[in-house]
Design a protein around this ligand. Structure first.
Ligand SMILES: C[S@@+](CC[C@H](N)C(=O)[O-])C[C@H]1O[C@@H](n2cnc3c(N)ncnc32)[C@H](O)[C@@H]1O
Length: 248
C-alpha cells in the first residue's frame, strides 16, 4: 500500500468505528424499507434528486462500495426506502386496479415481492436460480430467499393475468430483459429499476425496444415520482423507469 492508500484506509476504518462500532454492525444496520432520512443520516446517502453529480466524500464511496457488496447478497441490488414503497404501491393500485397481479421477473431473493405482498399487492416471484441450494454452480451468491413462488424461466410466466411486470436489475449480458418486454401484452405496465443503456442492467436490444414510441408510452411523471424518493449507493447509477406497452 502507498502512504496515500494507507491514509484513506485509516480514515475509512476510523469512520466505520465511530459510526457503527464495527463492520458487522454497519452491515446489520443497512436494511431496505427504512425511512429515507435514516439512510441519509446514518450512511451518508444523498437523495437521487441531487444527481447526476452527487458530491460523495472518498470515505463515503468506500463505505458504500463495501455495503453494496454485502447488501446485494442479503437483499438485492437496490435500496427501496419506506417512502418509495408507499409511492410504488399507490402507483400500482392506481394503474392496475386493486385486483391486478404483479409479476416479479428475475426476483432474486424475493425481498421486494415479500414486501409488496405484505402491503396488499398480489405479487408472483419467479427466478431461475435455486438460491437455497448452496451446492449450485451458477447464480449470484445470495444468502437469503424471502419469497420465490416458482423456480424457472420468468419469460414463460408473462401472461395477461398480470397488470404489471417488475424488472428489477435484470442482467445486462443476455437478452432476458428484452425477452420479458417482448413477451408482455399491450396494456401491461413495465416497472424497471436499473442503470441506463450501456450500464449494468438490460442489454442494448432491450433499451432500443422499450424506447420505440409506437410500442411503448413512457410514463415519465410516474418514473420521476419514484426517483424523487429514491436513494442509491454512491457506486451505482440505478433508478426507476415506468412504461406502458401499447402495441406488440
Ligand atoms: C442482478 S439479479 C437481480 C435480482 C433482483 N431482481 C434484485 O433486484 O435484487 C438478476 C436475477 O435475474 C435472474 N434471471 C436471469 N435470467 C432469468 C430468467 N430467464 N428467468 C428467471 N430469472 C432470471 C437471475 O437468476 C438473478 O437472480
Amino acid at each position: 500500500m502507498t502512504d496515500e492508500t494507507n491514509f484513506e484506509f485509516d480514515r475509512y476504518t476510523t469512520y466505520i468505528r465511530q459510526r457503527f462500532g464495527d463492520h458487522d454492525a454497519a452491515r446489520m444496520a443497512l436494511k431496505p424499507f427504512m425511512p429515507r432520512a435514516y439512510y441519509c443520516r446514518h450512511f451518508d446517502f444523498q437523495p437521487y434528486a441531487v444527481w447526476p453529480q452527487p458530491d460523495y466524500a472518498r470515505t463515503t464511496w468506500d463505505l458504500h462500495y463495501w455495503l453494496f457488496e454485502r447488501y446485494k447478497y442479503q437483499y438485492g441490488f437496490f435500496l427501496p426506502s419506506a417512502e418509495l414503497m408507499d409511492r410504488l404501491v399507490s402507483i400500482l393500485r392506481h394503474e392496475i386496479g386493486p385486483a391486478g397481479g404483479v409479476l416479479d421477473a428475475g426476483s432474486g431473493s424475493g425481498f421486494m415481492t415479500k414486501e409488496l405482498c405484505s402491503r396488499g399487492i398480489d405479487t408472483f416471484a419467479v427466478d431461475r436460480c435455486d438460491y437455497e441450494n448452496k451446492e449450485r454452480e451458477f447464480g449470484y451468491p445470495m444468502i437469503n430467499v424471502y419469497q420465490r413462488d416458482t423456480l424457472g424461466d420468468a419469460v414463460q410466466y408473462v401472461s395477461s393475468q398480470f397488470g404489471a411486470v417488475l424488472l428489477l436489475w435484470p442482467p445486462y449480458d443476455n437478452s432476458f430483459a428484452f425477452d420479458i418486454a417482448k413477451a408482455m401484452h399491450p396494456g401491461q405496465l413495465l416497472i424497471f429499476e436499473g442503470e441506463d443503456a450501456g450500464g449494468c442492467t438490460g442489454d442494448d436490444k432491450f433499451f432500443e425496444y422499450v424506447s420505440d414510441r409506437t410500442g411503448w408510452t413512457a410514463l415519465k411523471d410516474l418514473s420521476d415520482q419514484l426517483d424523487a424518493l429514491h436513494v442509491t449507493f454512491a457506486t451505482q447509477h440505478d433508478h426507476w423507469s415506468i412504461g406502458r406497452k401499447i402495441a406488440q
